[in-house]
Design a binder for this molecule. Structure first.
Ligand code: NAD
Length: 295
């Protein structure tokens, strides 16, 4: 297991450094993007912010309710990518005034909104018996309501900026981070799995209702990714010397890192995915393939 773990780490290091070595292809050139949940140092939101900047986004609006790491993220992006404008905000992604406000701000300042990546989320640990109604509602609010607000207000802003969407095929993209737990529940907590199933449903239903507007709405369903959210699991395994076993159940034989989810977000944000709509895309190292339907 330890030898396997060393190989995994080397592979992940290679994936992590891909962004630094990659040519800036300008896949998001001119695009105005909002990303929520960018404040965690190893998180998916931060990796997406750096990736979107690398691909030449025009203006990034970056939100997190924990402001600790926002100034450093802004400075890092502005130093490395001086052509990218960055606005950071300490903000709750599940607050309607905040979400509609940031969409309006993008319209006022840039006259357009191209991408909303609704990524902020929380995980819980309690077993069913210990899950209170308050816990359940809080998880639904942060994970699912935030995505409903994102698609409602971002799509309205996109249509307002360009009412002829669907006629001139200038594409808007709304992306949500759901989870494999939202496709096939089981190992997760009841409230977390339910909230992520809701996210998948919100995306597909909205994609259907917004058909012919050329606003595409998709979710990414990550498997096990090493981020702030899962640090307890990794720390526990590290202490027991069993880190090498994490993710070994997947045929790929490993867990993933935030950059691998950011790469999927880039695909969905860019016009490379112009024919992808209403999908819940698992980026999970094939985890879903391997968990038995009837354990
Ligand atoms: P993370 O904890 O490292 O980052 C999440 C960030 O979201 C944090 O900075 C946090 O402060 C912020 N946040 C939480 N609630 C917020 C709110 N209401 N308003 C604004 N910001 C808020 O975790 P991560 O793994 O990067 O999580 C990103 C998304 O990926 C989440 O939606 C999570 O459910 C999902 N996800 C993660 C995994 C995984 O294995 N890490 C697997 C499946 C899905």
């Amino acid at each position: 297991a330890e030898e396997h773990h060393a190989t995994t780490r080397a592979r992940l290091h290679q994936i992590q450094s891909q962004l630094d070595n990659a040519v800036r292809a300008g896949k998001l050139k001119g695009k105005v993007c909002i990303i929520t949940g960018v404040g965690s140092l190893k998180g998916i939101g931060r990796a997406a912010a750096l990736t979107f900047a690398h691909e030449g986004a025009k203006h990034l609006y970056l939100l997190d309710y924990d402001p600790t790491n926002l100034p450093e993220l802004k400075t890092t992006i502005e130093k490395k990518y001086p052509d990218v404008k960055v606005t950071t905000m300490k903000a709750d992604a599940a607050d309607e005034t905040t979400v509609s406000g940031v969409c309006q701000q993008a319209l006022c300042e840039e006259g357009r909104l191209d991408v909303f990546f609704a990524n902020a989320g929380i995980a819980t640990r309690e077993h069913l018996a210990d899950t209170t109604a308050d816990t359940f509602m809080n998880t639904m609010r942060i994970n699912a309501l935030s995505c409903f607000l994102a698609v409602k207000h971002a799509s309205a802003a996109m249509l307002k900026a360009n009412p002829s969407r669907g006629k001139n095929f200038s594409s808007g993209s709304i992306i949500m981070t759901a989870s494999t737990a939202g496709i096939r529940s089981g190992a997760g907590t009841v409230d977390y799995s339910a909230s992520k199933a809701a996210v998948n449903s919100i995306a597909q239903t909205s994609a259907y209702q917004l058909q012919k507007t050329d606003i595409r709405i998709n979710t990414i369903c990550p498997g096990l990714i090493e981020t702030g959210m899962t640090s307890v699991t990794f720390e526990y395994a590290r202490k027991r010397g069993s880190e090498g076993k994490i993710g070994q159940l997947n045929a790929l034989g490993r867990f993933g890192i935030a950059q691998e989810i950011a790469n999927a977000a880039l695909f969905l944000a860019s016009d490379d995915s112009s024919y992808v709509n209403g999908q819940n895309i698992a980026v999970d190292g094939d985890y879903l393939l391997l968990i038995p339907l009837f354990p």
